[in-house]
Design a protein around this ligand. Structure first.
Ligand code: EPZ
Length: 436
């Protein structure tokens, strides 16, 4: 298993091209199931999760091809679902990536049947899909849970319905947006998610012929159509990747321009950086972060968009480990998203967790250590801490990182970071032979 070695203390200066957003590309790829035409996506980040979604769609029968992009990072992708012969999303794929559940709405809406493995829990929380299933049942789907699978079918088309989500859910909003686009009648989604990634999906669906109003608001109205067509769509840039790099520059000191970053998608994050004394300004090509490495203590509460994103919580926690004074973070979205705390503590961080809140006291300095990544964003918080730490840090299990950050070492070392990937060959006298 690969690991990453970082020697801390270097300031970061230069430019970084932000990749397309993982959390936009995944539902956009699933949307290809809604039509027998070709969906062409550009600015697709080349990540482990994208490859998993491609394998999932291919086993349904989607004809997929990747081609190199004119951009420094990312790929172009062509997806054509004109020969779908399998309606099952198998456990072995779904368990590796929960977003696989996003095929459910599209399969059901176009083919009237779907069998999707229940995703099960994950490191950051139980993450049920009850809101997805309740909404599909409201649209007339027959849903049964058996042997760890959702078995769903409809008699004829799904029906439009007036749906109020008990909780704001990105995935449930995306699944029902896709299902309602081909349903018979009008669907209204209340308390819907407003994330830019949800809007990117809705804009692409509109290009495919869907009738959607209220994009970006918490009440979305979809008038179903009988058929959707293909389109060309460019994936929005990744606001979480951009925010992660901003935290890295903030902690090391320096000046970096994040090319392609969209400030309008990052307001809550930019506000918190500004409160912490970090200068962030818009440029023609993105945003620029300037820091002298001095950080003010702040308080953060994670919330659905446009509130502060939970996917930036761990990265900000690493930054606040060296802030002047005590900071408080409250995580309201996931019940178990502090797995990075004991790993940061190995580097000298002073963090106390009480239920959903964590108090971060100023550590005089962070010191390099061997640490373990536990989930995608936690792994980035360890990278940020290591960039500022005294000495060397070794981060294990970086496969978590590869799920959501494209060529991270290349991007950071281009700005002066001392970071390298090590391909781990454990020198143990005995090891289990490779399975035949
Ligand atoms: C999306 O996950 C993102 N993933 C997550 O990013 C992100 O953390 C999350 O939204 C919140 O912003 C992708 O887009 C692929 P939710 P999703 O449904 O859709 C509860 C990353 O790091 N809930 O908005 O799974 C749920 O348990 C990942 O890139 C139900 O109770 O999140 C959670 O507490 C991690 N029932 C809350 O709602 C449901 O049916 C929000 O979950 C659905 C959700």
């Amino acid at each position: 298993m690969d690991k990453i070695k970082i020697t801390g203390g270097n300031r970061l200066n230069g430019k970084i091209q932000v990749s397309g957003a993982k959390n936009a590309a995944l539902p956009l790829m699933a949307a290809s199931l809604l039509t027998d035409d070709t969906l062409k996506l550009s600015n697709v980040p080349y990540l482990a999760d994208i490859v998993t979604m491609a394998n999932l769609l291919a086993q349904h029968g989607v004809d997929i091809s990747f081609s190199s992009s004119s951009q420094q990072y990312g790929k172009n992708m062509s997806l054509r679902a004109d020969n779908i012969h399998n309606f099952t999303a198998p456990y072995e794929l779904v368990r590796t990536m929960r977003a696989s559940v996003l095929v459910l709405g599209a399969l059901l809406a176009r083919f009237g049947q779907a069998k999707v493995s229940l995703p099960g829990g994950c490191a950051i929380g139980t993450r049920p899909i009850d809101l997805h299933l309740k909404a599909l049942e409201q649209m007339g789907a027959h849903i049964e849970l058996a042997e760890g699978y959702v078995h769903a079918h409809t008699h004829g088309r799904l029906k439009g319905a007036d749906i109020t989500f008990e909780k704001v859910s990105v995935g449930a909003t995306e699944n029902i947006l896709m299902a309602a686009s081909l349903a018979d009648g009008v669907t209204i989604l209340r308390n819907a998610a407003r994330e830019p990634e949800v809007c990117d999906l809705a804009h692409c669906l509109q290009k495919m012929g869907a009738q959607i109003e209220g994009i970006g608001t918490d009440t979305i109205r979809i008038t179903g159509v009988k058929k959707l067509s293909g389109c060309d769509h460019s994936v929005i840039s990744d606001r979480i990747e951009a925010g992660s790099f901003a935290a890295a520059v903030a902690i090391t000191g320096g000046e970096v321009e994040l090319l392609g970053a969209r400030a309008e998608h990052m307001q809550a994050v930019i506000e918190k950086f500004t409160e912490a004394g970090i200068s962030i300004s818009e440029t023609e090509r993105g945003i620029k972060i300037t820091s002298d490495g001095k950080i003010e203590c702040i308080d953060i509460i994670t919330q659905p968009y446009p509130g502060f994103p939970t996917d930036m919580q761990a990265q900000m926690m690493a930054l606040l480990c060296v802030a002047d004074g005590a900071s408080m973070i409250t995580e309201t979205i996931f019940e178990n998203r502090y797995m990075h705390v004991p790993e940061l503590a190995r580097m000298g961080a002073k963090i106390v967790v009480h239920g959903a809140s964590a108090m971060i006291r100023s550590a005089d300095e962070l010191v390099g250590a061997e640490v373990m990544a536990t989930d995608l964003r936690a792994s980035l918080s360890l990278v940020i801490a290591a960039l500022a730490a005294k000495g060397e840090t070794i981060i294990h299990r970086v496969y978590h990182l590869d799920r959501g950050y494209e060529r991270l070492e290349e991007k950071l070392s281009a700005c002066g970071a001392q970071i390298e990937r090590m391909h781990d060959k454990p020198n143990r006298p005995f090891s289990m032979p490779e399975a035949a």
